[in-house]
Design a protein around this ligand. Structure first.
Ligand code: MRU
Length: 341
């Protein structure tokens, strides 16, 4: 397995956020410079920057951009108000991943100490995310080994939970990579992840860069793959986890969990503590982002449905806790429902 050598997903460079434009992948590795709060909001809403931890870090750096724009020569009442208004807009850019509002609030908490303090907090969060990634992946790889004694492993994953979605190796995909590096993975099945193809475009790109054997499948092939014995374990990330362990994640995750439970296949969620929202108990209370109908009714710029066809396009779904075998964070296994496994 070779080590990938592309830039970190987010960094700060002379009053701007530099990030890989995930919309252009896998065809083009294009860097974006986000110099204003509006740039950051557009990048988040159009999924140039995506994945729960990454949008949180972009949001925190966005607060730093605002602080420099409005409070460079001191934190005045008007400046403070302007930064708070920007922070609210940043936090609302995407409603489901709790990491975004959590990170924005944390950066905003330093505003009284000035823009440098806000930036220091945001960049500290990037460093923390790197360390959290490493700890989480070690725990999650162990959780997989404990539940899948058979070797070598056929893993299935959904959406993109790798380097692009975090500051380092990722969550679920980071775990896949760690297991592959340990020589334990025969193949990864990658759900293409309709409608924006984060699996086909991004996860396949990351796995190819790391030299991990993989095949992409349409989302609706996942249950069939399980029934044919092609999957030993499902690994996914999360955008928000409730007090009782219900998990919001990319649309299609719930169906995977049902299929995995039916086939007695471990279904493991890997996500940092910042994805837990203890103020919510029932996953049905998580706000679910609904996106533009065009994402479903067109493909590659061409209409695939009769003109005027409406679409139901939720970006996320909620998997109830009893369907989740284990939720793993940087602190280890945080929730289990081993009866399913
Ligand atoms: O709409 P996206 O691509 O931002 O959705 C991302 C996901 O659902 C990921 O699984 C989740 O954010 C975890 S990323 C480590």
């Amino acid at each position: 397995m070779s080590k990938p050598s592309y830039p970190a997903s987010l960094s700060w460079d002379e009053n701007a956020i530099v990030t890989l434009d995930q919309r252009a992948l896998p065809h083009e590795s294009r860097l974006l410079r986000l110099a204003t709060v509006d740039d950051v909001i557009t990048a988040i809403t159009t999924l140039a920057v995506r994945g729960a931890p990454s949008i949180g870090l972009a949001g925190a750096l966005g607060v730093a951009l605002s602080a420099y724009a409005h409070c460079r020569s001191g934190v005045t009442g008007a400046g403070r108000q302007a930064v708070h208004a920007d922070a609210r807009r940043l936090a609302a850019a995407r409603p489901t991943a709790v990491n975004l509002s959590w990170a924005v609030d944390r950066a905003l908490g330093k505003l009284a100490d000035g823009p440098d303090a806000v930036l220091a907090e945001a960049t500290a969060m990037i460093d923390e995310d790197r360390a959290i990634n490493r700890r989480m992946v070690a725990h999650a790889a162990q959780a997989v080994r404990d539940r899948c004694p058979q070797r070598p492993l056929r893993l299935l994953t959904h959406c993109n939970t790798g380097r692009l979605a975090t500051a380092a190796v990722g969550t679920a995909l980071g775990t896949v990579l760690a297991l592959a590096e340990a020589g334990m993975v025969t193949e990864v099945l990658v759900d293409e992840t309709r409608p924006l193809l984060q699996g086909a475009r991004l996860t396949a790109w990351e796995l190819a860069a790391a030299g991990v054997p993989h095949r992409v499948c349409v989302d609706s092939a996942a249950a069939a793959a399980m029934s044919r014995g092609l999957v030993d374990c499902v690994l996914v990330g999360a955008d928000r986890i409730t007090e009782r362990g219900d998990v919001a994640n990319k649309i299609g995750t719930y169906g995977l969990a049902i299929a995995a439970a039916h086939h007695g296949i471990p279904f493991i969620v890997v996500a940092p503590e910042s994805s837990w929202d203890r103020s919510v108990v029932d996953g049905r209370d998580i706000p679910i982002e609904e996106r533009d109908a065009d994402e479903v009714t067109t493909y590659g710029g061409l209409r695939t449905t009769p003109r005027g066809t409406r679409a139901y396009n939720p970006a996320f779904d909620v998997t109830p806790a009893p369907l989740v075998t284990a939720i793993v964070s940087e602190h280890g296994v945080r929730h289990t429902c081993e009866a399913v496994a």
